[in-house]
Design a binder for this molecule. Sequence first.
Ligand SMILES: *Cc1c(COP(=O)(O)O)cnc(C)c1O
Length: 371
Amino acid sequence: MDVELNTTWVEIDLGAIRSNIQQMNQFTNTAVMAVVKANAYGHGLVEVAKAAQQAQSPWLGVARVEEGVLLREAGVTGRILVLGYTAPEQVRLAAAQGIDLTVYDPDVVKAYVSQLSDGDRLNVQAKVDVGMGRLGVFPQDALGFVEFLRGQPRINLAGIFTHFPTADEPARNLTLPQFARFERVLEQLEARQIRPPLAHAANSAAAINYPETRLDLVRTGIAIYGLHPSPETRLPQGFRPALSWKARLTSLKTLPKGSGVSYNYRYITPRDMRIGAVAVGYADGLRRRLDNYMLVGGRRVPVLGSVCMDQCMVSLEDLPGARIGEEVVLIGKQGDETITAEELGEAWGTLNYEVVCGLATRSPRIYINRE
Ligand SMILES: *Cc1c(COP(=O)(O)O)cnc(C)c1O
């Protein structure tokens, strides 16, 4: 797609994603599952999955089976794990497409088995809840669950895994005992020689903060996009953000002193003011707040008045050179200025994760490849 035709778009550097995956692989000395759920954290499911495969990532993680099916339809051949729940009605599809499912409930597994035909083979991975309070059997029930799974026809137990709730925080008093609980489960299974071929625990934060949790595979999402897991858990040197969010100036004019700007006149010009319109609004993922800013001509400029659905207005005072059609940056670099997803997350009272996942699918993704 020709970037010149777009008035708002998201630019993704697949070179950065490949490089971040390689960095993660070298930094952890462990195989990487590239987590591409939620449209690859807004970066584009299929393109990121293909880049991950080019970077030798053997596994892809998705939240829902539909995402895995989209990958298969796009010709993606690597191994895929659905991290969330899958309805029994979907398991024949998963088996046919060679997609691994997460399991943690015996009744659901029985429903899976009853959906499968004799020739079908479904790969499952058992989830253990060491303290997330979300999906998974408790550690004390894990051995029994694994034995149950091993007794089910048409089911192949491909892996066992867990997930940490606070691995991105500086305090280590929760994650270490939680990991010890998972290790004890693995020891029990090893003692009976029924440990599944794959055991994994670490997300990006744990892969960085807790080397001992890396096991057979690190399930990294946020890090492969070049985004920091949290304010306290920063990426090592060498990772770089892949995503920029851009729009164009679509109007320039001088409003006289005392003019209201945008719906409900939340801003009144205190003097004659040069004002620009920008083709980005809340339907693109820009929050409807009064304190937004963006980069125009390499400078930070405030958004004035309410954000509209498809547009907003910015101050162009001190930017006499501004022209209709020029590029405005909401996330990324322009001249010497940068706005990061982390900074925007903080301004919006949320995480960088939610900022990039919240970018609307209507904004085209434009792919570039920087070395
Ligand atoms: C989303 C997810 C991940 C990836 O987490 P990041 O913090 O983005 O690295 C790993 N494991 C599970 C179970 C997840 O749901």
